[in-house]
Design a protein around this ligand. Structure first.
Ligand SMILES: Nc1ncnc2c1ncn2[C@@H]1O[C@H](COP(=O)(O)OP(=O)(O)O)[C@@H](O)[C@H]1O
Ligand SMILES: [Mg+2]
Length: 311
């Protein structure tokens, strides 16, 4: 059982004398046996949001707001305590691109041992490693291999096993299928679904709403540092409200439909000086004069939408 609530969370990076507003006043919550998807274009702040929840942001980041994980206000927990009790043990993260940063000079086994050592794991190391390897559907023989000897799909399974080795309740999976070909992508999704069925809460971050819809009951649509629509996956899939969500859905190819894919033109605004008013204004086919003012947060059946059209 896991609950996470994020309240008015903002993250700013100090970069070359400027502030990048990577996550801007984000609020959402999800709970027991639910999985959450966070979706949006590259650069909209998805990874920053995940890293903030894991308290693993880089030094040049400053955070404000509140994150409650199982009722604990984690931004207030000192880092030493968070490392000892929470990070990797209760929640862990499959970092974006991590499969490409396995150390080429060490065997897979050595790299698992390093994680256990870093987290001062007290139990039997080999037992824990073997059980993690089995849970992602790999044979134990993979442990004696070097990263270059295994396929991309196997590397990603290893990364997932590493995130699971201390048996966390929740995992943040940041673009876990992005660098993989479609068949391997599908296998990784099957694995994530199985882990979810076995009781793991997953926050799946992806630029692909199609992938998210396979696993998440709840979804947050992120645009330029904000969550512009949030709610039950099913509801948003059937009846998207924010014009950006509609554009995202229109850009997914659907096998059985002959409808043309409509690509979204233009680029998101800069996060250094984001425009006041709705951030989607420039690209929105339904923009109105009042959209130059900050959009209201309108309650929907299962969440909210930030858009003047639904006032
Ligand atoms: N360490 C950092 N320092 C400065 N800017 C950063 C840093 N990390 C990310 N950013 C910027 O923050 C914004 C959000 O990035 P990110 O969270 O990686 O988005 P996404 O995961 O959605 O692609 C981007 O504009 C990115 O360039
Ligand atoms: Mg990212």
């Amino acid at each position: 059982m896991v609950s996470l609530s994020v309240d008015d969370l903002s993250v700013q990076y100090q970069s070359q004398g400027k502030k990048v507003h990577a996550v801007d006043h984000v609020t959402f919550a999800f709970g027991d046996n639910e999985s959450l998807g966070i979706v949006g274009e590259s650069g909209c702040g998805k990874s920053t949001l995940g890293l903030a929840i894991m308290k693993t942001l880089q030094e040049n980041a400053s955070v404000s707001g509140k994150i409650l994980f199982d009722g604990k206000s984690i931004l207030e927990i000192p880092d030493s305590e968070f490392t000892k009790d929470v990070r990797w043990k209760q929640m862990s993260m499959i970092f974006q691109g991590a499969m490409n940063s396995l150390d080429p000079v060490f065997t897979i086994k050595k790299q698992f041992e390093e994680i256990l050592r870093k987290h001062s794991f007290q139990g039997d190391h080999m037992d824990a490693i073997k059980s993690a390897i089995s849970s992602v559907g790999l044979a134990h023989s993979v442990l004696d291999k070097y990263p270059h000897e295994i396929s991309g799909g196997m590397k990603q399974r290893i990364i997932i096993a590493m995130a699971l080795i201390l048996r966390p309740k929740m995992v943040i999976a940041d673009e876990p299928t992005t660098a993989l070909d479609v068949l391997v992508q599908a296998q990784i999704m099957i694995l994530l679904k199985k882990l979810k069925k076995d009781g793991l809460s997953i926050i799946l971050i992806s630029h692909d709403l199609g992938i998210i819809s396979e696993i998440a009951e709840k979804v947050g649509i992120m645009y330029a540092g904000q969550i512009v629509e949030f709610g039950k996956m099913e509801e948003i899939y059937k009846n998207p409200k924010h014009p950006y969500t509609i554009a995202l859905l229109d850009s997914i190819p659907k096998m059985k439909e002959t409808k043309r894919i409509i690509p979204l033109k233009g680029n998101p605004p800069s996060l250094i000086s984001p425009p006041s008013g709705c951030r989607f204004y420039d690209r929105c086919p339904q923009a109105m004069e009042k959209c130059k003012k900050d959009p209201p947060k309108i309650k929907t059946e299962s969440g909210f939408v930030m858009c003047w059209l639904h006032e």
